[in-house]
Design a protein around this ligand. Sequence first.
Ligand code: C2E
Ligand code: MG
Ligand code: MG
Ligand code: MG
Length: 282
Amino acid sequence: HAKRQGGDRIEVFRPGMRGQGTDKLAIESDLRRALERGEMKVYFQPIVRLGDRTIAGFETLLRWDHPRQGRLMPHDFIPIAEESGLIAELGAFALERTARELSVWQRALEVHPPIFASVNISSRQLLRHDLLHDVKTVLARTPVEPGSLKLELTESLVMENPEYAAQMMSRIRDLGAGLSLDDFGTGYSALSYLQRFPFDTIKIDQSFVRQLGNGSRPVILRAIISLAHDLGMEVVAEGAENESDAVELAQLGCEYAQGFAFGEPMTAHDARRLVGAAPEAA
Ligand code: C2E
Ligand code: MG
Ligand code: MG
Ligand code: MG
């Protein structure tokens, strides 16, 4: 949604603009300056433990407050960042800000297992940029509990270059970071890959959770959850939008859920308040 910026100029960003020559170029050059100008914002969406509804962690999601176009969502700029190579800087930024917030939450909340944070990684970051270096750097600079920083990779990403991805992933695990398989069920990869890659968590795509509402038996959901458990992985369901989704997911043995039922992506400030890590008001 475009925001009014004051004055008489209002520009509306149309989703269809994405991929159109000049607009794409404009976005790309604006993107180069967005980080230094502080226009890029990290938002955090709670991931809740279904057993007791406590906050288990957060996923980091980027928002770009563009000076003329208003707020842009990841789908409007992540593909452009990937094509232009700017995803390297954007990814390092998301990692650094995530680790910083994670250490704040962990200082405020001494819970076991510790609260975690999960950052989306794009294929260019994993396959063509030195992700290992970035992860090592943030973990060295920022004190967080081992395993509490997780990286989210999609099936299509790891399938782009399975050999290389598997190697990188085991080195990421060696650094003490966790690995989540994002949007599970939307790709077309062989299930055998689940065993081959060192994921500790599966995030079930929202499309499966959406089917809970229509009264049919959740056969696929049940199968995915039990397969994940047999492979020693934990399960996060994405897109839990209401209480009945949450109840059904808990009954299916899913340990975590994320969705509008529990909280929308929020600012770092609001996330701190939610975990009780915000400084007391004066
Ligand atoms: P994702 O990683 O699958 O993130 C979940 C998306 O689902 C988010 O959209 C979130 O706002 C949305 N969502 C959460 N709960 C609900 C719900 O209950 N109902 C519905 N309908 N949607 C829900 P968002 O923030 O627009 O992000 C979209 C995608 O952009 C992400 O999908 C991720 O692939 C990518 N992305 C976001 N931030 C980053 C980043 O820092 N780096 C990279 N590489 N990709 C990112
Ligand atoms: Mg994700
Ligand atoms: Mg997802
Ligand atoms: Mg997605």
